[in-house]
Design a protein. Structure first.
Length: 319
């Protein structure tokens, strides 16, 4: 399955900057549809982070128009009116923004238009809210969708956005409570300092930082062991000595940021892969009207990990 592509700016990779092959095992029974040519594609995502998280919550809507012709180029959809309506009728107007501020679920051949909310408006959205998306293009196309934000959840081993310490080479079981309404959890880890922490691995090129993905393909899968259960889908891309080191735990001197994201049905259905798709990825739209695409929502929790320094130890689930 294709990865999600977004900005490579420092600090923006985690939380929905995901390679979503982790959802390929989901069992879904909806009838799928393929996007026609000359149609507006909507990729809308609400990212609701906790109050303690220094990274901003965000609502982003990426619009692009597929056009006929060789190569299937996409064109921008400029001048659109894009709104998200909260319960009670409060309207959030999204403004045009640079493309790297939008989440894009797959590479596109061509261009598109990005619309985002203000950080305070996105922060005001609460877990469990029912949101409506309204898109009106300059050509008069009308597209609408509804999503219910997954419920709030907590990390069992530390507070949201906190940093805690683990002993080197001691894997950490990351546990969280269930999010009501979530269909899956998308888990990422960013590990920094590995080249200095592992000087004896020879001529291996070690990315710094290293990004790995975890697997939580159902709403009941609320545990993952770090770092060794992250990167299952990246094993063939990792050099074996590095993969073996990470099986033992976090090397001394390394640091990490873990992101757990509870996502709704709309998002899972759009980015998933079916069990047998000879023609490529199958997507299930959640928008209606003069276009296709998805309107997804997610709630994000993050955790910093250190192997050194004056930090509180990470709580063990069995403590």
């Amino acid at each position: 399955m294709s990865p999600v592509h977004r900005s490579r700016r420092a600090g923006s990779r985690l939380a929905f900057g995901l390679a979503l092959a982790s959802l390929a095992g989901c069992t879904l029974t909806e009838i799928t549809t393929a996007a026609a040519e000359d149609i507006v594609v909507v990729e809308a995502l609400v990212q609701r982070r906790g109050e303690a998280n220094p990274s901003p919550s965000r609502i982003s809507v990426f619009l692009h128009r597929t056009v006929q012709g060789e190569g299937g180029l996409s064109e921008p959809v400029d001048g659109a009116e894009v709104q998200v309506v909260r319960p009670g009728g409060a309207v959030i107007d999204l403004r045009p923004a640079d493309r790297n501020q939008c989440v894009v679920s797959a590479p596109i051949n061509g261009t598109g238009s990005c619309y985002v909310s203000g950080a305070a408006e996105a922060r005001a959205v609460q877990p469990g809210e029912r949101l409506e998306l309204r898109v009106r293009t300059a050509r008069g196309e009308a597209i609408e969708a509804v999503s219910v934000v997954p419920g709030a959840f907590d990390l069992a081993i530390a507070d949201d956005a906190a940093t805690c310490r683990v002993d080197p080479d001691d894997p950490l079981e990351v546990v969280w409570s269930a999010s009501e309404g979530a269909w899956s959890y998308l888990n990422e880890i960013e590990i920094g300092g590995l080249p200095d922490a592992l000087p004896d691995l020879g001529d291996i090129e070690i990315p710094d930082p290293l990004f790995l993905l975890g697997l939580s393909i159902s709403a009941t899968d609320t545990t993952i062991v770090a770092p060794n259960e992250f990167g299952i889908l990246d094993r063939f891309d990792l050099d074996q000595p590095l993969a073996l080191e990470l099986q033992e735990g976090f090397p001394s001197g390394s640091r990490a940021t873990i992101s757990i994201s509870a996502v709704d049905r709309n998002y899972v259905n759009w980015v998933r892969g079916g069990g047998f798709n000879p023609s490529g990825q199958v997507r299930v739209p959640s928008v209606r009207g003069d276009g296709t695409g998805f309107f997804g929502t997610g709630v994000v929790r993050t955790l910093g990990i250190r192997t050194e320094g004056d930090f509180e130890p990470c709580r063990r689930f069995d403590e």
